[in-house]
Design a binder for this molecule. Structure first.
Ligand code: SAM
Length: 348
């Protein structure tokens, strides 16, 4: 497949420390993003419904082996209530994210998806609940789930093994992504920048992998250490490099929906806004009940754990407008053809 960039060019942008080069890259990414999405920023309501997880990823604060965190699960009623609050605030996408919690069997996930779908026939339902069988993914899709977020984390086998226990495999994770796409989900892949042992070539491989997979969404955030994990004493990922990866992703996948992640906002006060300036076009304010926000502690010092859903929405809206972007509460689906300077402008 032909690419806009050669490996050497990508590596140059991945590694450059020249601000002038980075600024040009961000400007180009903004231009491309505007061709497809103007200055719109899509809002997704995030519901972090369980912090139990059977996996033991070395970087993650909710890993099974972390005994120093308090665990929680939302009930079906609490999840539906979060959706109700979200709907009142104008959200048309609900993102249900959680650890790989064995309590949430396929039957329980189906019950949740069916209930949300029944109440909100036109909203988008996004799942982000890790690796399951193709049959499970098919059943969730039939029940009304439309999108699935599953970051590949790193596209390099060796690097993947250094970040995960032996029970986990990159091959399976990639297979899940291909299955999800094949079933018909809008699929989100993605990776962390600056995880321990990551090389610049690994980041190049991440970009090549997303070019090959062609996901509809790409989540990119800096690695941030969480003190009670095996990676707790490693340095956090570079803010500037994360922005460059966002920009390169925009240039390689012009139509992708790319969130300005909470992790970006955690390592820099205007991190999410800078993410938008580097080509991102989605934000995911929190809809989870305030009481559990702090417990979904993937990494230390996570922002936005103290506000009510309405405050989060208003705060994000203000921040976005300050940088010249326009909040858009529509579903914001991935569209096959969307260049807005063509005559086929879509009305949402
Ligand atoms: N269990 C689901 C899965 O595996 O996709 C979703 C939850 S998982 C905790 C969500 C994402 O959090 C991961 O894909 C990972 O990229 C990110 N994450 C976990 N620990 C992190 C850390 N220390 N710093 C930054 N991001 C982290």
């Amino acid at each position: 497949m032909s690419s806009r960039f050669s490996d050497a060019e990508l590596l140059h942008y991945i590694t450059t420390e020249e601000t002038g080069v980075a600024e040009k890259l961000f400007a180009e990414a903004r231009k491309v993003r505007e061709e497809y999405y103007r200055t719109d920023v899509y809002f997704r309501g995030l519901i972090e419904f369980t912090n139990y997880c059977k996996n033991d990823c070395f970087y993650c604060g909710i890993r099974a082996g972390n005994q120093s965190i308090e665990r929680y699960r939302l009930t079906l009623e609490q999840i539906l209530n979060s959706c109700r609050v979200g709907d009142l605030l104008g959200y048309q996408t609900f993102v249900l994210q959680g650890g790989e919690d064995p309590y949430f069997t396929d039957e329980r996930i189906l019950e949740i998806v069916e209930n949300i779908r029944k109440t909100y026939p036109d909203h988008a339902i996004t799942l982000s609940i890790g690796e399951r069988s193709r049959e499970s993914y098919e059943a969730f899709f039939r029940a009304g789930a439309n999108r699935y977020l599953l970051r590949h984390e790193t596209a390099n086998e060796e690097h993947y093994q250094k970040m995960h226990p032996r029970s986990m495999s990159l091959q399976n994770r990639k297979q899940c992504l291909y299955d999800l796409k094949d079933i018909g989900y809008q699929v989100g892949a993605g990776f962390m920048v600056g995880t321990p042992f990551q090389t610049q070539e690994n980041l190049l491989e991440d970009l090549r992998f997303i070019e090959e997979l062609q996901p509809h969404m790409v989540g990119i955030g800096p690695f941030i250490p969480q003190a009670s994990t095996p990676f707790g004493s490693y340095p956090q990922g570079s803010f500037e490099q994360t922005l460059r990866m966002v920009a390169l992703t925009r240039l390689l996948l012009p139509r992708a929906l790319i969130p300005a992640t909470t992790a970006l906002g955690t390592i820099s006060p205007e991190g999410r806004e800078r993410g938008l300036m580097a080509g991102a076009n989605v934000v995911m304010p929190n809809l989870s009940p305030k009481a559990v926000r702090k417990l979904y502690a993937l990494y230390d010092n996570k922002i936005c754990t103290g506000d009510e859903a309405a405050e989060c929405r208003l705060c994000m809206e203000g921040r976005i407008r300050n940088f010249g972007f326009v909040p858009n509460m529509c579903r914001g689906d991935f569209k096959e053809s969307r260049k807005i300077n063509r005559k086929v402008e879509e009305v949402e």
